[in-house]
Design a protein. Structure first.
Lengths: 180, 965
């Protein structure tokens, strides 16, 4: 991922935010609150944006641009965490286990993990870059159809079409790629 | 896939989605036309669309959070949940993380399984699980992992379970399949566990190798009962399905799911039975029967792919194969209903072997165990042990069928003796006097030739240490020791302590016998008479003396009185060679019978080989006279050097080496004689019939101990049809609807025509029986009549009228008046004509006449003919010019009114067809088949099998005298 200066800043800012949000959500899950209540990733991004616009050194073309970048950052951070977990680098602290897949136990159930989605998404990007972006915005960034249409400067109908096709393709692709 | 192509796929996808569901298929047909790949692309995407509405609708961060919540617990060593002190993480599966913890209250180690959040949040599910856990706990079953309780702490729910040390089966399987006895042992324990749970209405729902642990001591524990949620499965055209959790992204492992579960139905007890079948299959074969690249493909496989039984080890007993097949029945009506039945089947399969699988023998003191263990090479030999076990445990029946089974050589080894005699005498099988054990010499895969012992009712043979180079073993009368020859020496070994003692020097061992009085009579060289030595050792004393013209005395065998013995004498004058009788007191021999081998006395008979056939002749031990006539017991036994290739005990056990077999393999040829493909494994086949639809081949397959009917399935795998212990089944013929097979069988001294369904149902339906042999030949298209060959005084063809449901069957001769030597009668596909071979002219020629009441016959051939076959495609009759090396000939014909008019015969191709040169076979069996479209021919071809000096398997017959006339 080619980071611009602003992107880098976003990364630095967002990563801890994302981690914190992750744990907040996790705690909410464990406390058995209905997940709908706390499911506001855009709030997360909003918060980051608000902080960033105070950072005058960074020039953002517009809010859409930022959201687009934020989604990329989210993707980067979450997938990174997932990969790191696979590699076991985040050991020591048993606590932080984004255990989305367990490569060691080939016979256990393998949830389709963020790493797999990320890989498949890269493949999709080679077939239709915009579809890949739509998925990135909606799935990783948590944006709605409308918000994604705004970021990409296309119609909502286009986003919807991209989304359903990309979803189907990804699902099929993950299914084919997932082992036993 | 290129971006351009993907764009097209996408366009079609959206257009298809825009249409109502019913019209999508047609739309795709028109849009894609012959581009099937494109159609498949779009179709699978549409299916994915339908299957996964929730897929990635939940943003990634929520998913990540859910998993963090589900799988993360601030549990490190030292942390506590309730009064449990966490020690270490020991496992992680889809159903939560497992820790080892110490119960500070009860002072024991337990396993703590942290349940996933979704599980714990589902109040209903949790409540049901609590109920079931209580029932399980009350069961307290040795093979079910105990659940001690459910703890809640810090917002998480933890299952407190019995801590089971040991690998789970999936770990074990990653090292390969398990040996048969071990697999069955484990399967039995699993079955017991499931049975106990089912009895309390508890269904496991997720039985798989990962849920089954095996402790070091071999105890099995089934874990995770009832944890699996009834899966939410959505399928579209049975090609795609998904399993989801709330997070929307979990794709589970459906490889062990039953078909009904895969279809979204609730799991029941029978689903566990299915899963059990999958596990057992995997234990034995090392491969999963249904797992494929993706879970969607796996589910499709579970729903439809036939189970590949050929992946099971060849040594897997038929009963176990049947068991697995019945567990993996997709139609629940045909699947086992009750786990107890499964358990019983496994126990029976184990019955002969289990006690020996763990220890060397029932009566083994520690020392015996020690030295047996030291020899290494414990090999598992699988015979029809369950048949043996049940028979033996009932005591060998005085009446009834003899029971036959074969003993193959140890794993990877061969029966043979070393070349001390220079001729590789393939003799070794020797049953102990008490009928309980078999001693034989064999060369193991690992190394040289040794003496092996196998209890008759066991799956295992053991090599005996200190017996290198052994040959021609013979037992002591009390069955506690074995004497044998090695290069240059006569030795004995005691079973109890394994002590080997050299008795004397010899130049070449040629058989010995051990009397109850403690004397051993033997031949120790070429061109010598018999000598004698005390069984404890000592000086060798000459015993017999060669008479004028005699070349040698060999292979002595004591009679029950321990003084008299039989032996083989070879004379310059062949008419003087044969079996002689002498005694320790008066060693001058008296000739009893002509023979080509040494003889053995058992059960009122003399057993000996003559021209490679094993005969039994009544012999009165009191008057010492032979009586009556010899009866053939086995068609082919080795007789190298006149050594008896057989042995017998006074308890009715007979063993012999089946004679060398010629194997064939079936191959399809086209009308030009070009080989298309081979099908089915090599074997000793003696008669075949192709099913009416041309897909399955019924074969009469022989293995030296007997013949059975098998079916070669389209994939080339064999399914067995007949299971009766006597195993004299012959010549299958398919019914016109392809559902049944008729065959002839000799049982209890009577020949019967039988009919049974062409699957593995065990029931044979007897149609008619009598003393005369019966072999079916053809089945009329209306299924009402079967033509069969029967030999009483005159060989002739008979018609059996089946009156299904309206009275007993009746028979009538085929031809009026009955003519001699009419064979291979076959009814035409339209049922109006019958073709047959008759030898009116002195050689077999082909005739046709109207069926069933034709009076005149039309002669088709003049130069001789063999097995005719009608073409189902019409207007062609085939025959072969010889039963082995011949030509396939086609005879076109037309029907003019009521006349059968043959045209000019046309030779199609020459073929070397191989058939066992058995006179009965030539006379009666169909040796090849024609495909329904008459374009291909199924022909047995010779398979050159290396036999070398390796002896064929040992055949063991219990109650062998029951088969005598």
């Amino acid at each position: 991922m080619a980071w611009s200066q602003g992107d880098d800043a976003a990364l630095h800012l967002l990563t801890p935010l994302i981690e914190r949000e992750l744990h907040r959500l996790a705690a909410a899950y464990m406390a058995r609150e209905r997940p709908g209540h706390v499911l506001q990733p855009t709030a997360l991004v909003n918060e980051a944006y608000l902080r960033l616009i105070e950072w005058k050194q960074v020039q953002w073309q517009n809010r859409a641009h930022f959201f687009g970048v934020a989604a990329q950052v989210m993707r980067h951070v979450l997938v990174d965490m997932a990969r790191a977990q696979l590699r076991g680098k985040r050991g020591g602290r048993e606590a932080l286990q984004v255990s989305l897949s367990d490569a060691k136990d080939a016979h256990a159930e393998r949830p389709a993990d963020l790493v797999a989605v990320d890989d498949a998404l890269k493949t999709l990007a080679g077939l239709d870059p915009r579809q890949s972006r739509v998925v990135e915005l909606r799935f990783f960034g948590g944006l709605s159809h409308e918000e994604a249409a705004h970021v990409l400067d296309v119609s909502v109908a286009t986003v919807r079409r991209d989304w359903t096709l990309a979803k189907a393709w990804l699902y099929r692709e993950l299914d084919r790629r997932s082992g036993r | 896939m290129t971006p351009e192509r993907y764009a097209i796929v996408g366009e079609l996808y959206h257009q298809a989605l825009a249409r109502p569901r019913e019209q999508r298929a047609r739309f795709l047909d028109e849009a894609c036309r012959s581009d099937l790949a494109l159609r498949d692309e779009v179709a699978t995407l549409l299916a994915a669309h339908d299957s996964a509405p929730e897929f990635i609708e939940t943003p990634a961060i929520a998913v990540a959070a859910a998993h963090v919540a589900a799988t993360h617990r601030p549990l490190v060593a030292g942390a506590t949940i309730g009064h449990y002190e966490v020690q270490a993480l020991i496992g992680r599966g889809g159903m939560g993380v497992v820790y080892r913890a110490h119960d500070s209250r009860l002072g024991r180690d337990v396993a703590l399984k942290i349940l996933p959040v979704e599980f714990a949040r589902d109040e209903q599910r949790l409540a049901r699980f609590r109920r079931e856990a209580k029932v399980l706990a009350s069961l307290n079953h040795p093979h079910i992992g105990s659940i001690y309780g459910i703890e809640e702490a810090d917002g998480a729910t933890a299952l407190v379970m019995e801590l089971v040390e040991g690998d789970d089966l999936s770990t074990r399987l990653s090292r390969g399949p398990l040996p048969l006895a071990e697999a069955l042992n484990i399967a039995r324990q699993i079955a017991e566990a499931i049975e106990a749970a089912h009895d309390r209405d508890l269904v496991h729902r997720d039985l798989k190798p990962a849920n089954i642990k095996v402790r070091r001591d071999g105890t099995v524990k089934v874990l995770d009962f009832g944890l699996a949620r009834p899966s939410r499965v959505v399928s579209d055209g049975a090609t795609l399905a998904m399993m989801t959790t709330d997070a929307g992204m979990i794709i589970g492992t459906p490889a062990y799911m039953s078909p009904e579960q895969a279809r979204g139905e609730v799991a029941e007890a029978q689903s566990d039975i299915w899963s059990f079948g999958v596990v057992l299959y995997e234990l034995l074969s090392g491969v999963s029967p249904f797992a494929r690249e993706s879970s969607a493909d796996t589910i499709a496989s579970v729903l439809g792919t036939p189970v590949d039984m050929a992946a099971l080890p060849a040594a897997t007993p038929a009963s176990v194969r049947r068991l697995i097949r019945r567990c993996l029945e997709r139609v629940r009506k045909r699947r086992y209903r009750h786990m107890g039945d499964v358990r019983i089947e496994i126990e029976e399969a184990l019955a002969g072997g289990e006690s020996h699988a763990q220890e060397p023998s029932r009566s083994s003191p520690r020392s015996q165990r020690r030295w047996w263990g030291a020899t290494g090479v414990v090999s598992l030999i699988v015979a029809s042990a369950f048949v043996v076990a049940t028979t033996l445990h009932q005591r060998v029946p005085a009446t009834g069928d003899p029971v036959r089974f074969t003993v193959p050589p140890p794993d990877g080894g061969m029966f043979l003796t070393p070349v001390i005699s220079g001729s590789g005498v393939p003799v070794g099988g020797n049953v102990s006097p008490n009928g309980r054990r078999l001693a034989f010499t064999a060369k193991s895969a690992a190394g040289g030739v040794q003496l092996w012992v196998r209890p008759i009712d066991s799956l295992e043979s053991r090599a005996l240490a200190g017996t290198d180079g052994a040959a021609l073993p013979f037992w002591s009368p009390d069955s506690q020791a074995i004497a044998f020859f090695t290069p240059g020496k006569l030795k004995r070994i005691t079973m109890a302590d394994g002590n080997v003692q050299t008795l004397c020097d010899i130049s070449r061992g040629r058989g010995g016998s051990w009397s109850p009085g403690g004397s051993i009579v033997f031949s120790g060289g070429l061109s010598t008479p018999l000598s004698q030595i005390d069984a404890d050792g000592g000086a060798v004393r000459p015993l017999t003396a060669l008479a004028q013209g005699e070349r040698s005395h060999r292979f002595p065998s004591f009679l029950p009185d321990g003084r008299r013995f039989l032996y083989y004498a070879e004379d310059v004058d062949p008419t003087k060679s044969g079996i002689y009788l002498a005694s320790l007191d008066s060693p001058a021999g008296r000739r009893l019978v002509a023979a080509d081998s040494g003889a053995v006395y058992a059960s009122g008979h003399l057993l000996f080989a003559r021209q490679k056939t094993l005969f039994a002749q009544p012999f009165d031990v009191d008057t010492l006279q032979v009586r009556g006539r010899p009866a053939s017991v086995a068609p082919s036994v080795p007789d190298e050097d006149a050594a008896p290739g057989f042995s017998a005990s006074s308890t009715g056990v007979l063993t012999y080496h089946a004679g060398p077999q010629e194997d064939q393999q079936f191959a399809w040829f086209d009308r030009d004689g070009t080989l298309i493909n081979t099908i089915g494994p090599p074997g000793n086949y003696r008669g075949i019939d192709l099913s009416p639809d041309g897909t399955r081949i019924a074969v009469h397959r022989h293995d030296g101990a007997g013949g059975d009917i098998w079916v070669i399935e389209p994939g080339g795998t064999l399914s067995r049809i007949t299971f009766n212990p006597a195993r004299d089944n012959a010549m299958p013929v398919w019914s016109p609807d392809g559902s049944r097979i008729a065959f002839g069988s000799l049982r209890n001294g009577k020949w019967g025509l039988y009919r049974k369904r062409a699957d593995e149902t065990p029931e044979d339906e007897l149609l008619i029986e009598s003393e005369a042999p019966k072999i079916p030949s053809s089945w009329s298209p209306d299924s009402q009549r079967i033509i069969y060959w029967s030999f009483s005084q005159v060989r002739t063809a008979w018609v059996l009228h089946l009156r299904d449901g309206s009275g007993p069957a009746s028979t009538a001769p085929l031809l009026k008046p009955p003519l001699g030597a009419t064979t291979h009668a076959q009814i035409s596909p339209d049922g109006k004509w019958v073709a047959y071979l008759a030898a009116d002219t002195g050689q077999l020629e082909l005739y046709v006449r109207a069926f069933p009441d034709g009076n005149e016959q039309v002669r088709i051939t003049t130069g001789g003919a063999f097995t005719p076959r009608w073409s189902r495609a019409g207007h062609e009759l085939f025959y072969t010019t010889s039963y082995d090396d011949g030509t396939i000939v086609s005879v076109p014909y037309v029907i003019r009114g009521t006349q059968f008019v043959p045209g000019t015969p046309r030779e199609l191709f020459k073929v070397k067809m191989v058939l066992v040169p058995h006179s009965t076979a030539i006379a009666v069996f169909h040796t090849y088949a024609v495909s329904p479209d008459a374009k291909r021919f199924l022909i047995p071809r010779p398979v050159s099998a290396f036999r070398g000096v390796a002896a064929p398997p040992i055949v063991v017959v219990l109650n062998w005298t029951a088969a005598l006339p």
